[in-house]
Design a protein around this ligand. Structure first.
Ligand SMILES: C[S@@+](CC[C@H](N)C(=O)[O-])C[C@H]1O[C@@H](n2cnc3c(N)ncnc32)[C@H](O)[C@@H]1O
Length: 275
């Protein structure tokens, strides 16, 4: 039998529930209660305020002001998407691939993250591949400001550019060796419902969570933009729980395309648009 959660956060939750006459909707689980309790460091008023925010559907990471990804802590707030933990598989795939790329004389590989958000993926990669040059592109200046402060907090270098896809790609750089990213994908039917209900995504900047142009619309736009530039970069994009057929259709124009099942609920799309 599972023991009900106990401790100050569980007690505060029970009090709120009693005051409001029960039926609060799904309560935070034991791990979330523990995180809130630790972050509130014995301040019962703050704990109560933060619990109420959580009960109203605000994502835990926005309340705490940080998220953890691959053992690193990153500042995050409502200016940026909350990195999905399963994206660790995309980072592993990129790491494995970059380690096999032929080294250019005197220079590390050039990587581009399309949709860098708070910088979590790019900084995890930079930490593992110190020689890599990484450019993070994003539509949102607020997300880029967070990525810049996360880079500086970790003492890691990223080049950050406010850009619609590759429109503002730095003129002093050649095409990237490898492009990767977690473009917004799916629709209301493709939620990770257990711990990430609709409210989780609705709290985030709309363009970070919802694709423009259909479930794979941003994937197609990225691939078309790379093709239009004639770049031969290898491309790795998260496809989440979208079906291989749907992802393959989005990449129909790619001369080279493969769907990699990286984890039970995570497909990656690997493509090249030019030789
Ligand atoms: C699902 S979020 C992923 C963010 C980050 N990679 C992470 O995992 O935390 C998608 C990101 O793509 C960005 N984005 C969406 N459309 C874009 C576009 N046309 N050009 C550049 N960035 C875009 C969003 O602002 C958002 O930061």
């Amino acid at each position: 039998m599972t023991k009900p959660p106990s401790g100050p956060a569980a007690d505060a939750l029970a009090r709120i529930e009693a005051e409001l006459g029960g039926a609060l909707g799904p309560p935070p689980g034991p791990a979330e209660l523990a995180a809130l309790e630790t972050a509130c460091a014995g301040d019962p008023e703050r704990l109560r305020r933060w619990l109420k925010r959580r009960l109203a559907g605000e994502p835990l990471a926005y309340i705490l002001g940080w998220l953890e990804f691959r053992g690193l802590r990153f500042a995050v707030d409502s200016r940026a998407y909350i990195t999905d933990p399963e994206l660790t598989h995309l980072v592993d795939a990129v790491l494995n691939r970059v380690r096999t790329l032929p080294a250019a004389a005197g220079q590390g590989p050039l990587l581009a993250e399309v949709g860098v958000g708070c910088g979590s993926l790019a900084l995890a990669l930079k930490r593992a591949l110190p020689a890599a040059r990484i450019v993070g592109l994003d539509l949102h200046p607020g997300a880029l400001a967070l990525a810049a402060s996360n880079a500086s907090a970790h003492g890691l270098e990223l080049r950050l550019v406010e850009s619609d896809l590759f429109e503002s790609w730095p003129a002093d750089l050649p095409p990237p060796d490898l492009i990767y990213g977690d473009p917004p994908w799916g629709d209301a039917a493709s939620l990770y419902a257990e711990d990430r209900p609709a409210a989780h995504y609705l709290a985030m900047p709309a363009a970070s969570a919802f694709p423009i142009g259909g479930r794979t619309g941003v994937h197609s736009q990225i691939l078309r933009a790379v093709a239009a530039r004639g770049w031969a970069s290898e491309i790795w994009l998260n496809g989440g729980i979208l079906s291989p057929d749907e992802l393959r259709a989005a990449a129909a124009a790619a001369p080279e395309c493969e769907i990699v099942a990286a984890a039970p609920r995570l497909s990656l799309l690997r493509c090249r648009m030019a030789k």
